[in-house]
Design a protein around this ligand. Sequence first.
Ligand code: R5P
Length: 316
Amino acid sequence: MKPVLDELKIFTGNSHPALANSVCEYLDIPLGQAEVFKFANDNTFVRIQENVRQRDVFIIQPTSFPVNDNLMELLIMIDACKRASAGRITAVIPYYGYGRTDKKDQPRVPITARLVADLLTAAGADRVLTVDLHAGQIQGFFNIPVDELTALPILADYFEKKEIRDLVVVAVDIGISKKARDVADRLHAPLAIIEKRRVGNNEITETMNVIGDVEGKVALTFDDEIATGGTIVNAATALAEHGVTEVFCCVTHPVLSGMAPQLMAKSNFSEIVVSDTIPVPPEKRNGKIKVLSVAPLLGEAIFRIHKGLSVGEMFN
Ligand code: R5P
């Protein structure tokens, strides 16, 4: 019999098979076989089609659009692996949906990011591997180990190669300023911050002040996700009003909901660089969007978790 956790197995649901395949290519192993589909009555069904007994199982599934379906697939896949006697199950969630609902900041609202953490643990996940959480504190919603990776070096390296003169990195709201500071440090550029305020719960943002010196510079805005696109497009407009000569954008998660792709196309961004934590289908792509892959990052982290090596060392 194989020793416990000797063999690494990777499975995926329907959320982002292309990313799972790229991770398997990096690791030079085949993607595990699994059926994941819906019956006519809208119930999701899963069958793991190979032996996972005592194996080290990783299920790659960003909980992106359709969020509830993808989350449910992930939970059911974890349950199927647990009941098939997997040795250890890691939920690999490159984009953690519901991450923005992470605090009780109004009366009678839920903390859904915590509820999702409880659901994953109840289903049988032993560990979580994720990328750029909306708030790092979400790690503490879990009582199982969470490894949070960042796509920030991948995005920053892309712009470093462009050797842009007079660059200023811009955090598009105060919440993202610490990560934007890391991008600025990597690029040896100063940091500016936009004070953004949301109006109600309807996803409309109103850009407020630009804090810092941006006039005559090339701006690189940084944020964790583009959802409606309102935040970054308002940021680009505010920066143009404050005299930047050109504006680029980098963002980890391309949620790109509703009219966001059209909004981006019309914006004054020269280029919008995102990662592939979420699939970007051809109809959402336009000449301005460049997608960089996190597959090597995830593949390396999976290898290290499997071998019991440090994940933190990847970022030193
Ligand atoms: C918000 O706090 C986040 O950091 C992003 O700024 C936000 O999720 C972007 O949303 P939208 O594109 O809809 O403005």
